[in-house]
Design a binder for this molecule. Structure first.
Ligand code: LMR
Length: 328
């Protein structure tokens, strides 16, 4: 019965979203895993859909499927190649099967701020790196930032050794696994939609994510508190199938890509504000947010940063240096 109910819910969502598409319009489906609103990616996807639906009315029509209602991040990559969806924005941590270069973005304490991320994205090295998935049939259309990550667990975390022996959910990223192991903890890769349940039932003890994900997925409800480590970036690759993109009429493609670029810039400009708002939402909900002293922070940095060395060969020293240089 549950299966039938969720199938019905999916088809209702699809039908509602379809309703705005007219005959003859090219349908562009965008599937993602986070909240539809109040989240940097959810809001960016809506902004993109609104712009396409207004400015390309009669030519194209975009439907957004949020909250893993259509696909999770593994399945969506296959769905892009099959033409079942045209846009997705999985986190850069989830591209291990396609390129090891994106391990760059997971290096702990690499970017000192979201402005540094924007500067790197706009640099030659950042633009070149957008092409890293081309040999697998994907075109990267831009980087969408989501924020810096924070740790939470079922006990207070102030210094990395507090995590000794705990198990943390991570994304499908070997850098994240190495980082967690450096803390004397163990890592378990889980799909995003499974995280709340895994925390609630004790399958894992803790997790790491942005303020927006911790708030909109309600992870704070089933954790002792959140420690403001800002230890790692969460950012996405807005990605499409090269075959689909190349098949578009050139004028339509140009118009679409111009909208994508503009929305990417605007959405990235709003991330810091949304993250701050969700941090406050968590506090307002009564959860504990632990700020680090300079000494505590230094411990997190010295525990995690040695992980860089392990991945330098996959990423390339030049690329790491270019990213570090964007910190200004
Ligand atoms: C995660 O799996 O934690 C994130 O990649 C989810 C997301 O898309 O923000």
């Amino acid at each position: 019965l549950l299966g039938a109910v969720s199938a019905l819910a999916i088809s209702l969502t699809a039908t509602q979203a379809m309703a705005q598409c007219e005959d003859g319009e090219m349908v562009i489906k965008f599937s993602h895993v986070v909240a539809a609103t109040g989240h940097p990616k959810g809001d960016a996807a809506t902004m993109l859909a609104d712009r396409v639906n207004e400015e390309m009315n009669g030519t194209a029509c975009m439907e957004v499927f949020a909250n893993s209602t259509l696909y999770d991040d593994d399945k969506v990559m296959e769905a892009l190649l099959l033409g079942d969806v045209q846009l997705a924005a999985p986190s850069l941590s989830k591209f291990e099967a396609y390129t090891k270069k994106y391990r760059l973005f997971d290096l702990p304490f690499l970017f000192s701020s979201l402005d540094a991320v924007d500067a790197f994205a706009a640099s030659d090295a950042g633009k070149e790196l957008l092409k890293a998935t081309e040999s697998s049939g994907y075109t990267g259309l831009g980087y969408w930032s989501s924020g810096l990550k924070q740790f939470s667990a079922n006990k207070p975390l102030e210094v990395p050794s507090d995590a000794n022996g705990l198990k943390f959910r991570v994304q499908t990223s070997d850098v994240a696994v190495a980082m967690i192991e450096a803390m004397g903890a163990s890592a378990q890769k889980l799909a995003f939609k499974e995280v709340y349940g895994a925390l609630q039932t004790g399958v894992v003890d803790g997790q790491e994510n942005t303020w927006s994900n911790i708030y909109t997925q309600k992870f704070f409800e089933v954790q002792d508190g959140i420690t403001e480590t800002n230890h790692q970036l969460l950012a996405y690759l807005l990605v499409t199938s090269t075959e689909w993109l190349n098949g578009l009429d050139p004028a339509v493609r140009d118009q679409f890509l111009a909208i994508v670029d503009d929305v990417t810039m605007k959405a990235n400009g709003q991330v810091a504000e949304k993250e701050a708002a969700n941090r406050q939402n968590i506090i307002d909900a009564g959860a504990t947010v632990r700020e680090l002293t300079a000494e505590q922070r230094a411990e997190w940095v010295s525990t995690m940063k040695p992980v860089w060395q392990k991945f330098e060969g996959d990423i390339g020293k030049d690329l790491i240096d270019a990213a570090v240089a964007s910190n200004g």
